[in-house]
Design a binder for this molecule. Structure first.
Ligand SMILES: *Cc1c(COP(=O)(O)O)cnc(C)c1O
Length: 463
């Protein structure tokens, strides 16, 4: 006879399922050092077919479904492993997963402070701590989002609301060619079309040319347009280049524009001495996008927006609805539903709070410092390789390089490197040319894997 699970499972069922899940997780983590970096496509078609099937009327065994999940998780990139050096890694701290388990079980409503005040305080405590780390003034705030794109969208809409009011057609935004595309996407969603997003050229070191930005802003004003937003990158995704944040802040202030800093990749290096000196000027920001699912190594679905003045978010997002008429959060704690687009939202606070309080901040500072050391080491070692070209010293933890074989040759080089199955890297285009990029950010990436990576790249480049 088939065992069925009540929607409220018995204690014995909960224990059995919990133990099986924990066992799965431990085995997964233990297997990561040996897992193929590019995943394995073994049995892919069968697994896809299996999981596409509609749910059975009578349910199924937990163990059976857990095994299916295991097969479904195998194909694709091993984004949790030490060899993942592509795009922007992070890893996913195991303790954050425990936090999810707990948070989802109590399932508290954190759209308003009044419905779960101390849990809202838990989330707010992390936000406030980060506001201080970034040198934002007392009274600064923000909220935890699903990712950097949502944080950026939340900021762009607030900036538009504050600087343009209801007349938005003539608004213009200033980015660089290496600004993440989520900024232009946010503009488009906010009613600022691509033709009003200006790409300010960069200097030799791939940082935004502030004088050029000023000229473009003046020219646009002369045309009757309304420049309202400057975006600086605190580490571009392509090469980790940091725009001149202090100067951009001054420019924005002088021009009465909103200054947004996209620190989705580079922001948490602020926790290190080197990072803090390189990100100097970020304290001038009106808003900062962070991605804890990158530099704090949390699971995907964890972004953050910090703002100098939370009332700017409130002005853009506070809605009203009679069904909410009896909810009054008071002034001391934020009502997150009034600071961003979501009403009902996941309680993402514990996912941040628990790992930070459990491991302590220094564990994160040390891990981030290690990533800076490792990327300096990769850069130094690859720079000695005559078959490779490395035009930029990494400002953070992205090492961009290429061989002499043009686009096609470099594509083959990337294939050969990823063919090792021990590391996985990705590519980009700088000034129209194909570059490979190796990004060290996963908390599981240490010296041993980086030594291996250097050897793999050397070997592939010498073919
Ligand atoms: C990853 C990234 C984003 C987008 O964030 P998501 O969390 O992927 O939505 C924006 N800007 C930079 C610099 C990034 O690296």
């Amino acid at each position: 006879m088939n065992h069925t699970y009540a929607l409220e499972p018995s204690r014995a069922d909960m224990v059995a399922m919990g133990e099986a899940a924990l066992d799965f997780i431990n085995r997964f983590i233990e297997g990561l050092p040996h897992a193929p970096a590019g995943g394995s496509a073994h049995d892919l078609e069968r697994v896809v077919k299996e999981v596409l099937a509609p749910p059975a009327e009578g349910g199924a065994r937990f163990e059976t479904l857990l095994a299916t999940f295991g097969r479904a998780a195998a194909p694709g990139l091993e984004t949790a492993g030490p060899g993942y050096l592509a795009y922007i890694p992070g890893g996913g701290l195991p303790v954050a997963a425990l936090a999810e388990w707990l948070a989802n079980s109590v399932n508290r409503y954190t759209g308003f402070a009044a419905t779960a005040p101390a849990l809202v305080a838990m989330e707010h405590g992390v936000v406030r701590w980060l506001c201080r780390e970034f040198g934002l003034p007392e009274g600064a705030g923000g909220l935890v989002t699903t990712g950097g794109s949502m944080a950026t969208l939340t900021a762009v809409v607030a900036a538009r609301h504050q600087r343009l009011g209801e007349v938005i057609e003539r608004g213009t935004i200033y980015v660089s060619p290496y600004t993440h595309h989520c900024c232009a996407k946010a503009g488009a969603i906010a009613g600022i079309p691509a033709s009003r997003v200006r790409k300010v050229p960069t200097t030799e070191d791939l940082r935004m040319d502030v004088a050029a930005a000023r000229r473009m802003i003046e020219a646009d004003r002369a045309e009757g347009l309304r420049p309202f937003l400057v975006v600086g990158s605190a580490g571009t995704t392509d090469t980790g280049a940091i725009d001149p944040l202090g100067e951009l802040g001054e420019l924005a202030r002088g021009e009465d524009m909103w200054f947004h800093v996209d620190a989705a990749y580079g922001g948490f290096f602020q926790l290190t001495a080197r990072g803090r000196s390189r990100l100097a000027g970020i304290e001038a920001a009106d808003s900062i996008t962070l991605d804890p699912h990158k530099g704090l190594f949390l699971p995907y679905g964890t972004g953050m927006l910090l703002v100098r003045d939370p009332s700017a978010l409130h002005a853009a997002y506070s809605g009203s609805g009679y069904v909410l008429q009896d909810i009054d959060g008071g002034a001391a704690l934020p009502d997150y539903a009034e600071l961003g687009p979501e009403l009902t939202r996941e309680f993402r606070g514990l996912r941040l709070w628990l790992p930070l309080h459990l491991h302590g901040v220094s564990a994160f500072r040390m891990a981030l410092d290690e990533k800076l050391d490792l990327s300096e080491y990769v850069h130094r070692e690859l720079k000695r390789e005559p078959r490779l070209e490395l035009p930029w010293t990494p400002q953070l933890s992205v090492v961009a390089f290429r061989g002499h074989g043009g686009d096609e040759g470099n594509r083959r080089l990337a294939e050969a490197i990823n063919g090792s199955k021990r590391i996985f890297i990705s590519s980009t285009r700088i000034r129209g040319e194909y570059f490979l990029r190796l990004c060290v950010l996963a908390f599981r990436t240490h010296f041993d894997r980086i030594e291996e990576a250097i050897a793999i790249v050397r070997r592939a480049a010498s073919i």
